[in-house]
Structure formats: structure tokens, C-alpha cells
Design a protein around this ligand. Structure first.
Ligand code: HEM
Length: 248
């Protein structure tokens, strides 16, 4: 398994972002980052054992939109299979458990991008502590999942910036923001028929970093080209003057 990472880096790409296609070739432009996932043992209802142990994450942006691809092993495809991304909103530090106020963290709103297999779409949500999870009135998030060979690939996409900075995380190319993940295996328990992983009972990560890479800066080349042109111009004038026998 690839070396554990700390940050998802989204290079900027030209052309269409693969927002609907987890298998698009352009995803090879993004270096996968791998994150450990662990059972949610922090808060009732806890769970001791979960299906998903680690998650591979790739991301791309085109200067306007961002797309994030999650890839993870799940032996069975179930209607209630689900995955989510979580971001802090604004500059208030928030705990990765829904922005729940904790002794060491004052608490702040979090923006959650949620996908569930049976609906196969993106749901834009907010929370500021347990019991406060709500679906936003303005939905900016899209999501699409594809299951094959025991592996889920789920693409989330959204504009980098939205008009609702009070509820939506804003992604500025060149800056680092926090990101966390949650995954639910919708497999039903063989005996009880109940969902084993639902609501708070899921695989979670803590905060890691996300960075949409800044667009390539060509200004250095422009200045170099201008300097060369000026030098050539100066030389041209000098040579002409010398040829005419005038003093330089
Ligand atoms: C230690 C970390 C976490 C704890 C203790 C926790 C706890 C909970 C609880 C108690 C619920 C039930 C609803 C509620 O009370 O608000 C819930 C639901 C949910 N959580 Fe978390 N959570 C954690 C981390 C995360 C993370 C990191 C994400 C997103 C990346 C997330 C996304 C969700 C979503 C989308 C639901 C609703 C699922 C559904 O409707 O089935 N949670 N969680």
C-alpha cells in the first residue's frame, strides 16, 4: 500500500474535468494520496469494526471547478454504501466530528459533501455539532459513484468558490485547507438484516490537508522575454550607431 500521505494535491488541468467519470484517463494527472480510516469510537453510537481501512484520494481542478475522486475496497456493492468529504467553513477551527465543540476546539461549522449509492448524487450539508446535520437549501455539490472488482470509485465535484461562504468551504488555489473523510459500508448484517454501518457508525478519518495547486505562473518567462527583447533592441541601435561611425 502506498506511503501514507498528509495532503491531497489537486493539479490544475486544461479541458473538461472528469466530474462524471471516475475512470477518465485525465485522473492519471493526479497523484493519489492514501489515508488510514478507523472505526468511529469517539461518540455514541460507536462501532468497533468497519469494512474500509484506507482510502485513496485524487483531485483535479480547472481554475473554476474542483473534482475529488475517492477509491476504496468494499467486497460488496450495497444500495446503502455511502461516502462523504468534510471541510471547515470560514476561518473558525472545527473538530472533525461534525464541528462538535470540544474542550480543545471551540467548534465551528463544517461543510459535508455526501454521496449514497442508491441515490447516486451529491448532497451539500452543514453541521455545527451532533444533532445539527442539515441539508443546505442551495445544492452546489455533484457526485457519481462507480463500483467494479470490489472497488468503489466516487467523484465529488463543486465550484471552487460559491456565493455562500457562510455555509460552503471556499477553495482558493495555492492555499491549504482541511479535509476529512467518512465511508459507510451499506452491507446488511447476515442475522439481524440491519445496516451495520449507518449514521455515526462508520469509518472516519481525522483532518488532513487539501490544496488546489495554483495555476502555473508564466510571468517569469514574460519578463525574461522582455529583457531579451530590450537587450537585442539596445544592441541593434548600438551596432547601427557604430556602423554609421557615430559615438556610442
Ligand atoms: C469522530 C468523528 C465523528 C463522529 C463522532 C460522528 C457522529 C455522527 C452522528 C452522531 C451522526 C448522527 C446524526 C447526528 O447526530 O448529527 C452522524 C451522521 C453523519 N455523519 Fe458523522 N461523525 C463523525 C465524523 C464524520 C465525518 C468526518 C463526516 C464526513 C466526512 C461525517 C458525516 C456524517 C454524515 C453525512 C451523517 C449522516 C449519515 C446518514 O444520514 O446516514 N461524520 N455522525
Amino acid at each position: 500500500m502506498a506511503q501514507e500521505s498528509v495532503a491531497v494535491r489537486a493539479p490544475m488541468v486544461k479541458g473538461a474535468l472528469p466530474v462524471d467519470d471516475p475512470n477518465a484517463a485525465v485522473w492519471s494527472n493526479a497523484t493519489p494520496a492514501t489515508f488510514p480510516m478507523s472505526p468511529q469510537v469517539h461518540w455514541p453510537n460507536r462501532i468497533q469494526e468497519v469494512t474500509v481501512k484506507d482510502l485513496s484520494v485524487r483531485a483535479l481542478h480547472d481554475g473554476t471547478q474542483v473534482a475529488v475522486l475517492l477509491e476504496y475496497a468494499d467486497p460488496t456493492e450495497d444500495p446503502d454504501d455511502a461516502a462523504a468529504l468534510e471541510f471547515m467553513v470560514g476561518d473558525k477551527k472545527a473538530h472533525f466530528a461534525h464541528g462538535q465543540p470540544m474542550a480543545q476546539v471551540e467548534g465551528g461549522p463544517v461543510n459535508i459533501w455526501y454521496w449514497k449509492n442508491k441515490d447516486n448524487k451529491g448532497v451539500d450539508m452543514n453541521a455545527k455539532g451532533f444533532g445539527t446535520l442539515k441539508v443546505q437549501t442551495h445544492q452546489d455539490v455533484k457526485a457519481k459513484g462507480a463500483y467494479a472488482n470490489g472497488t468503489w470509485k466516487v467523484v465529488f465535484s463543486r465550484p471552487l468558490a460559491t456565493e455562500h461562504a457562510d455555509e460552503d468551504t471556499q477553495i482558493t488555489p495555492g492555499g491549504f485547507i482541511n479535509i476529512a473523510f467518512a465511508v459507510w459500508d451499506g452491507k446488511k448484517d447476515a442475522t439481524s438484516g440491519d445496516l451495520r454501518e449507518k449514521g455515526s457508525q462508520k469509518a472516519v478519518s481525522s483532518w488532513w490537508y487539501f490544496r488546489a495547486e495554483a495555476p502555473p505562473d508564466y510571468s517569469g518567462y514574460y519578463y525574461a522575454a522582455i529583457a531579451v527583447a530590450v537587450a537585442f533592441g539596445f544592441q541593434f541601435v548600438l551596432i547601427r550607431k557604430l556602423k554609421k561611425g557615430q559615438p556610442a
